[in-house]
Design a protein around this ligand. Structure first.
Ligand SMILES: [Zn+2]
Length: 78
């Protein structure tokens, strides 16, 4: 009895996420990097990446603020 795999997502030239249908893991491939994760570990990864994306947005805003502070008169090397 052969199970069928399922592509869960893919982006040309970047990577893909799929269930091969035989080992029970979710495969996450980005470039040359390939992770095989159990379904709970895969969901943990998704949650972690989602949290990191939200924190990344806040971090980028914070960095912009720091950079604009540096551009204010009285700051920086000029
Ligand atoms: Zn597999």
């Amino acid at each position: 009895m052969k199970q069928n795999g399922m592509c869960l997502a893919s982006q040309d030239g970047f990577g893909q996420v799929y269930d091969c249908g035989s080992c029970g893991n979710i495969h996450v491939c980005v470039g040359p990097v390939s992770l095989s994760l159990s379904p709970p570990a895969y969901l943990d990864l998704v949650a972690m990446l989602s949290t990191s994306a939200a924190n990344f947005e806040m971090w980028m805003e914070h960095r912009k603020t720091l950079e604009s502070d540096r551009e204010m008169p009285g700051y920086g090397v000029d």
